[in-house]
Ligand binder design. Structure first.
Ligand code: ATP
Ligand code: LTN
Length: 332
């Protein structure tokens, strides 16, 4: 029997090349080898305030991006998280075995609290949803006896927590959950912000100059790359003390399949302007077919695929949830 993978992206912002290189590209590769379940995690998206109309739009847009990336609904199940209510139910149950201490140590929680409150004071105004966000993520993963969770590096801490919760539940109530493993592909695991190479590229970044969205048009891509921060000096070198350049070379390399070493050689004696202009060409060329595919997908077609996906996975989720309910003493 094939092993199973599960992953998701929240419809919470503009999907960027970091999401693609860190996660989606890997999903596409893995879908042939594994039984694959991919989710648009709308319940995670509402952990910070969202405009309802925009959430609807983005939910379909994220699914379109999955499809345009090469996720094939004939090989995988693709669905919207809130369409399978077992996620919310299992999340509640897992809440009762998790500890507030382990949740408050999550880096993403600390970052998002800062984003929500505008400062580092984790005070009364931090939404509770971003605190127990990792519990809902654990429920997503554990409902499907997931073996492998392909994500970017930033999500490994959440997967570690998922493993802890699964083991804790199994110890208390008997073998129930498969213990999942994170799967990070080395290349692309952490694409940094174009405006700040010390922080990862993020869809909820304050400035659009942080990321290149998969839906950015040519003019926008060129403007953003031109404005991307660079390090002091003028040589094109791939070195730890030049984090901004390293990031741009990584993007160049991943989208062109030219190694960092070869890129260094190619730009010997040349400056940032030429390098950046070529990088912009590469990004624009990469985005073209991608955006063409997105434009060809209608909302109706995508929703049909998502509803079909939910129909396929719901029985798996229900069987696991019933098992959990029985074990903890609910009458079903
Ligand atoms: P947000 O800022 O709203 O949290 P995000 O940009 O961090 O969004 P997520 O929805 O958290 O994106 O991530 C979706 C997937 O993309 C995850 O697997 C995550 O690990 C991966 N990912 C996100 N940002 C990057 C990045 N900069 N580099 C590589 N992978 C990334
Ligand atoms: N928290 C993840 C999105 C996510 C996810 C999941 C990823 C929600 N549920 C289950 C893998 C498996 C993120 O990328 N921010």
């Amino acid at each position: 029997m094939k092993k199973r993978i599960f992953s998701g992206v929240a419809p919470s912002g503009t999907i960027h090349i970091g999401n693609y290189l860190g996660a989606l590209k890997n999903w596409v590769k893995l879908q042939d080898e594994f039984e694959s379940i991919f989710c648009v995690v709308d319940m995670h998206a509402i952990t910070l305030p969202r405009d309802p109309e925009e959430l609807k739009r983005k939910t379909l847009d994220v699914a379109k991006i999955y499809l345009a990336s090469g996720i094939d609904p004939a090989k995988c199940s693709l669905f919207i998280q809130s369409h399978v209510s077992e996620h919310a139910e299992l999340s509640w149950i897992l809440n009762t075995i998790a500890k507030t201490g382990e949740l408050s140590r999550m880096t993403q929680f600390k970052d998002k609290s800062e984003l929500a409150t505008g400062n580092k004071d984790l005070s009364e105004s931090v939404p509770l949803g971003i605190f127990n966000y990792p519990i809902l993520m654990a429920a997503d993963i554990l409902l499907y006896d997931t073996n492998l969770v392909p994500v970017g590096e930033d999500q490994l801490q959440h997967i570690e927590l998922t493993r802890i919760l699964a083991k804790r539940f199994n110890n208390k109530f008997g073998e129930t959950f498969v213990i999942p493993e994170g799967h990070v592909q080395k290349e692309g695991m952490r694409i940094m912000g174009l405006d700040d190479p010390t922080k990862k590229m993020s869809k909820s970044a304050a400035s659009e100059y942080n990321y290149i969205a998969l839906t950015d048009d040519e003019e926008t891509v060129r403007r953003k790359i031109k404005k991307a921060v660079t390090d002091s000096g003028s040589e094109i070198v791939y070195r730890d003390d030049k984090p901004a350049l390293m990031n741009l070379i990584n993007i160049y390399s991943l989208l062109s399949d030219i190694s960092a070493k070869e890129i260094e050689k190619k730009y010997e004696g040349k400056g940032y302007a030429e390098f950046k202009s070529d990088l912009a060409d590469i990004v624009v060329e990469f985005l073209k077919p991608f955006q063409k595919k997105i434009a060809e997908l209608s909302d109706e077609k995508v929703l049909e695929i998502l509803l079909e996906g939910a129909k396929k996975v719901r029985p798996i989720a229900k069987t696991k949830l019933d098992e959990v309910k029985k074990k903890i003493g609910f009458i079903i």
